[in-house]
Design a protein around this ligand. Sequence first.
Ligand code: ADP
Ligand code: MG
Length: 287
Amino acid sequence: MLQLQNLGKSYKTGDDALKGVNLEIPDGQIVGLIGPSGAGKSTLIRCVNRLVEPTTGKVILNDVDVTTLSAGGLRKERRKMGMIFQEYALVDRLTIMENVLSGRLGYVGFWKSFLRKYPQSDVDEAFRLLERVGLDHMVDKRADELSGGQKQRVGIARALIQDPEVLLIDEPTASLDPKTSRQIMRLIAELCKERNLSTIVNIHDVALAQMYVERIVGLQLGEIVFDGPPEGLTPDVLTQIYGEEDWEATIDEVSDDIDDDINEDGIDSAKNTDKVAKDITEAVSAP
Ligand SMILES: Nc1ncnc2c1ncn2[C@@H]1O[C@H](COP(=O)(O)OP(=O)(O)O)[C@@H](O)[C@H]1O
Ligand SMILES: [Mg+2]
């Protein structure tokens, strides 16, 4: 179980990005965090593993208070928190297999991973995960040869090889076409259940969230303004979350031909940024 208690973040710029958020996510539950741009969704996710240092409140993961951990303790605790990013944060020149194995950085230590000396058990697990996400036929392909959907599958496998207790996912489909987005969201929802993970997924596409998550939390200006099942998202509630902004614009067209042919993934133009790559390194290795 993941608990956020009175979690607050004020940036040095004076932005109060989170204002005393309380949230409890049981094992195996997937929560879709929605809200307009600037609501504090990314800040919330990053406060959980302290990529962003909270100003007030606590993050408690299975009785461990993450907020008071020392650097060494935090490093260990972060192993339990898998992160998945909008722009994948893969290392382009490495293979799929190497990218997945980099999720073990927090366990094998820098030098072993630098020398690519991963234990056989890690390699076996990487194969199993790549099979699960549908990429076992292309383990030696370089990351920069993949479509957006395939890259995100690698990102998912890399998070899972950490053997996490929590998944933190920031806009996993924002760079993908609608069909690939549904495939990725379905995969995430299935894995959350299979592995009994508490999962937070930030998602701007309300319709997509409604299809695949069991609980929606609406954030507005750093405060929770809705917490309930997808059916509870009435037009009135959406107007409350998104303000007078035209929330219908956030509901992408959802067509009914949902299938799982990953070779039809759309290629997207998203570029890995140094910032995101730095974050993933930080998230899986020493603080
Ligand atoms: N590194 C930062 N420094 C200062 N302000 C920030 C920083 N990151 C985010 N903010 C501010 O915090 C608020 C919430 O941002 P963010 O968490 O990115 O929202 P969302 O992910 O919902 O779009 C915004 O007002 C944003 O400008
Ligand atoms: Mg964001």
